[in-house]
Design a protein around this ligand. Structure first.
Ligand SMILES: Cc1cc2nc3c(=O)[nH]c(=O)nc-3n(C[C@H](O)[C@H](O)[C@H](O)COP(=O)(O)O)c2cc1C
Length: 198
């Protein structure tokens, strides 16, 4: 059965191939507006976004902080770091809510990006010390995530230039756990949906 959801959610994906084409300047404020209206614990909005354009002076140092496996991100017109001071956000239940709040805000930006025809690919593969040094972040800050932002390239037109690892990744179908594994009703482990629902 195919359940209807928001088109931006349905088509969102994390691309491996970014087009080197730049993003129109007028699209950036819409991304900021989407990200800043995200909910956050006590409305702390502890996130700080640093947009690093491919022509920015800090760009080579940010690229140098990426793991080798994330070299694909260098093609994107923007690399964006989301950094926060953990002490400026809730710690209820012993949880570092700055990270949760950053995630909520980034997801709002991701959906707006999809709406504008852009793509976002989030990353955990980078060296935090190098990112912070590149961006001049206060030492008490943490880097919550780094993401590549831009237009997706057409895989077919680049196919012959790609290495085997990238080709294999692109050929792999996108998958999710069946909801019976992690969506429950009444108590942990008691499934919410019948297996045939999705
Ligand atoms: C917090 C976070 C960290 C991630 N880190 C990386 C990464 O370092 N490299 C990478 O290629 N993809 C990374 N991804 C992308 C995930 O692999 C991707 O979201 C997942 O495989 C599901 O694919 P989809 O986004 O296309 O649905 C990350 C995603 C998130 C949310």
């Amino acid at each position: 059965m195919s359940i209807s959801i928001l088109p931006e959610l349905k088509r969102r994906l994390s691309p491996l191939l970014f087009d080197e084409k730049d993003i129109e300047n007028e699209k950036i404020p819409a991304l900021v507006e989407a990200a800043r209206w995200a909910p956050s614990c006590s409305n702390n909005q502890s996130w700080n976004y640093v947009f690093v354009h491919k022509k920015a002076s800090t760009r080579p140092a940010v690229e140098a902080a990426l793991t080798r496996g994330n070299a694909w991100a260098k093609r994107a017109p923007y690399l964006v770091a989301v950094v926060a001071d953990p002490d400026q956000d809730c710690k209820d239940n012993g949880l570092p809510y700055y990270a949760y709040n950053a995630g909520l805000s980034v997801m709002c930006l991701v959906l707006e990006a999809e709406h504008l025809g852009l793509r976002v690919h989030q990353m955990a593969g980078w060296d935090e010390g190098k990112v912070k040094e590149a961006l001049g972040c206060p030492s008490r800050f943490r880097v919550a995530v780094l993401f590549a932002l831009g237009y997706e390239a057409d895989a077919n037109s680049l196919w012959d230039t790609l290495d085997e690892r990238t080709k294999n990744k692109l050929a792999k179908p996108r998958e999710r756990k069946p909801p019976s594994e992690n969506f429950f009703s009444e108590s942990y482990g008691k499934r919410l949906l019948e297996p045939t629902t999705l």
